[in-house]
Design a protein around this ligand. Sequence first.
Ligand code: UT7
Length: 321
Amino acid sequence: MSIKIMGTGSALPVRTVTNDEIAGMVDTSDQWVRERTGIGSRHVSTGETAASLAAQACSLALKDAGRTAQEVELILAATCTPEDVVPCTACQIQDRIGAENAVAFDLNAACAGFLFALHTAWAYVEAGIAANALVTGSEILSKIVDWEDRGTCVLFGDGAGAVYVEKCGEGGILGFVQHSDGSRGSVLSCVSRPTETPFFRGQESGRYLKMDGREIFSFAVRQIPLTIGEALDKGGLSVQDVDLFILHQANRRIIEGIAKRLSVDISRFPMNLDRVGNTSSASIPLLLDELNREGRLKKGMRLVLSGFGGGLTCGACVLEW
Ligand code: UT7
C-alpha cells in the first residue's frame, strides 16, 4: 500500500520585495543576489501567518482533489516559523478550514520538513491509522531573518504549499529516504525564545537565524545526489527513469551542482526561486503546485522530490504522478 497525491495548493503573501529594495537596506545589489543565488524577488508577510497561508493552501489542495474538509483524517504541518508555540499550526489550520474530524499536529525538520511530514503521512496510512492526509509546508521566515545581515536576508521568502494524499493500491510514492545529523546543528540555527526563569540563568544566544552558507552549500551538493540515489534504489528506478526533479529551492547554483553530479540535464530541474526565494519547508509543495496548475505534471510521470536544511536534515521521495 502507498499514498498518492490527489491535489495541490499554495499561497503567498501579497507583498513582494525585490533585490533592489533590499539593496536600499543592506550593502548588496540585484546583480550579486541574482548571480550567486538566482533569486530576483520574494514574498514577505505584512500580517499573513504560517497558519493563515497554510489554510489557504490546504483548501486549494482539497478543491483540486475534489474532497471536503470533513473527510480529512490527518493534518500534518511542517514549519519552523509557527506564529504561536501553542496551539500548533496544524490545529489552527484545522480550525480555519473546518476539518473537525482530523487529527492535527506540527513537525519541524527545517527545509526538509515537508518531506518528513509526507513520509509521516505515508507511515500513518501504512499502519492503518489514517486513510488520507493534508500535508503542508508553511513559513514566515521574514520574522526570524536578521534584516541587517546581508548574508541571509536576501535569501529567504514567506509562503505555503500543501498536498492532499490518499491511500492507493499501486503507483503513488515508490521510495523514501530521510537522514538527520544533529552533530551539525550549529550550521543553521535560530534560538529565539528567552531562556531566563526564576530558577535558571540562561545565556543570551541571539534571536535571529544564523547560517554558515558555504557549509550548507557543500552539504547539499555532496549529500543530495546520494540521497536521491538511495530513494531511487528503494523505488526500483534509476535517474534516467525520472521526468522531473523537484528540489528544495535554496540556490540555483546548488541545484545546478546536484544536476551535474547526477549527470542529468538542468531542464529536468524546474525552479521558481527567482520569484519566491528560499521558502524552507514550503518550497517543494509550492513548486509542485505551480507545475500542477500549469499542466506540466502528466499521469504516470516519475518525480523525485528532495530537500535539505537545518538540523542538519535531508530527504528524498520518488513517486509516480
Ligand atoms: O535552505 C537551506 C538554507 N541555506 C542555504 O541553502 C544556503 C546555502 N548557501 C548559499 O546559498 C551560498 O553559500 C550563499 C548565497 C549564502 C553565499 O554565496 P557564496 O558564493 O557562498 O558567498 P560567500 O559566503 O563565499 O561570500 C562571498 C563574498 C563575501 O565577501 P568577501 O569576504 O569575499 O569580501 C561576502 O561577505 O560575498 C559577500 N556577500 C555579499 N555581497 C553582496 C555575502 N552576502 C552578500 C550579499 N551581497 N547579499
